[in-house]
Design a protein around this ligand. Structure first.
Ligand SMILES: [Zn+2]
Ligand SMILES: [Zn+2]
Length: 66
């Protein structure tokens, strides 16, 4: 699979990640990594996992989520 954003620029770059929102293939230059807090119901309270989970998104989805 190749990077979707690079294809839009007429380039072929091997994808190293996949956008967690839209599923587009992403190269290192186009992958945006953001920490994501994971909450999990545990008994009577909420257990928050640490460290944060990782979320990879493309540039479009990254902008949309901010
Ligand atoms: Zn790319
Ligand atoms: Zn995306």
């Amino acid at each position: 699979m190749n990077c979707y954003d690079c294809r839009a620029l007429q380039e072929n770059t091997v994808a190293v990640a996949v956008c967690g929102r839209c599923g587009a293939g992403l190269c290192m230059d186009h992958a945006h990594v953001a920490p994501q807090t994971v909450h999990e119901a545990a008994g009577t309270g909420t257990y928050t996992h640490t460290p944060n989970a990782r979320r990879l998104t493309c540039g479009v989805c990254h902008e949309a989520e901010v």
